[in-house]
Design a protein around this ligand. Structure first.
Ligand code: GTS
Length: 213
C-alpha cells in the first residue's frame, strides 16, 4: 500500500494515527506531495484524486482511495478486526456522527479560515484556489469563529465522556487531534478554560498510536 501525503500536515496526521494505532506503519510506503508547490493541483495528482487533496491511499491492486474517513474505514476493516470505526450498530453510528462533527465544526472550518483568511501555504497554492473565493476574508473569519465554537463543543463533550465518541478511542479522536494541529498552524489558540479538551489532548499524546504517528 502507498500513502500520498505530506508529513506534519493535519489531515495526513489523521491517517498516520490510524496506521500507528493499527500497527500498519511498516506496511505502507509514503509518497511525499509538496502542497506549497501545488503538486496536488497538477494533472498527475488530480488523476488519482480529482478533489486535489491529501491524503490518498493506493491499494496494491492500483485502487485509489481518498477522504480520511474512507481511508480509515479501509484500514480498520481490511484485517477483519475493526477497532476505530465501531462494531455494533450503535457504536458505528455514534463514531460516524462525531467524525462528521469533528470535520465540519473543526478541521474543515480551520482549513477554510487558513486558506481564505490568511496567507495559507503561500502564493503558488493560492493561485489554484477558486477565484470567486479570493479575498473573502470575512467568510474565512466566520470559519475561525465556527472553529472556536467547535473547540468549545468538544470541550463540553469531553466533560461527559473520556473520548470524542464515547468510552473508547476512535477515528473521531484522530480527527479532533488533526483539528488541534491545524488550529496550532492557523494560530488559533485553544482557550485555557477548555480544560477538558486540553487534558484529553495531553492524554492522547501518551498513546503510542498517537505519539508514533
Ligand atoms: N475531507 C478531506 C479528507 O478527509 O481527506 C480533506 C483533505 C484536505 O483538505 N487535505 C488538505 C489538503 O490537501 C491537507 S491539510 O493541510 O488539511 O492537512 N489541502 C490542499 C488544499 O489545497 O487546500
Amino acid at each position: 500500500m502507498k500513502i500520498y501525503d505530506t508529513p506534519g500536515f493535519p489531515n495526513p496526521l489523521r491517517v498516520r494515527i490510524v496506521l500507528a494505532e493499527k500497527n500498519l506503519l511498516a506496511r505502507v510506503e509514503f509518497i511525499n506531495i509538496d502542497l506549497t508547490a501545488a503538486e496536488h493541483k497538477q494533472p498527475a495528482f488530480l488523476a488519482i484524486n480529482p478533489t486535489g487533496t491529501i491524503p490518498v491511499l493506493e491499494l496494491d491492486d492500483g485502487t485509489y482511495i481518498s477522504e480520511c474517513t474512507a481511508i480509515t474505514e479501509y484500514l480498520d476493516n481490511f484485517a477483519g478486526n475493526p477497532t476505530l470505526t465501531g462494531t455494533t450498530a450503535r457504536e458505528k453510528a455514534l463514531i460516524h456522527m462525531m467524525q462528521k462533527r469533528a470535520e465540519s465544526e473543526l478541521i474543515d472550518a480551520i482549513g477554510i479560515y487558513f486558506h481564505h483568511a490568511t496567507a495559507g501555504l503561500g502564493p503558488i497554492l493560492q493561485a489554484y484556489k477558486s477565484p470567486e473565493w479570493a479575498g473573502r476574508t470575512e467568510w474565512g473569519q466566520m470559519h475561525r469563529e465556527k472553529a472556536l465554537a467547535g473547540l468549545g463543543y468538544f470541550d463540553r463533550v469531553l466533560r461527559q465522556q473520556p473520548f470524542i465518541a464515547g468510552e473508547g478511542f476512535s477515528m473521531a479522536d484522530a480527527t479532533v487531534l488533526g483539528g488541534l494541529l491545524f488550529a496550532h498552524y492557523a494560530n488559533i489558540a485553544v482557550p485555557e478554560e477548555y480544560s477538558a479538551l486540553l487534558a484529553w489532548k495531553a492524554r492522547m499524546y501518551l498513546r503510542p498510536g498517537v505519539a508514533n504517528a
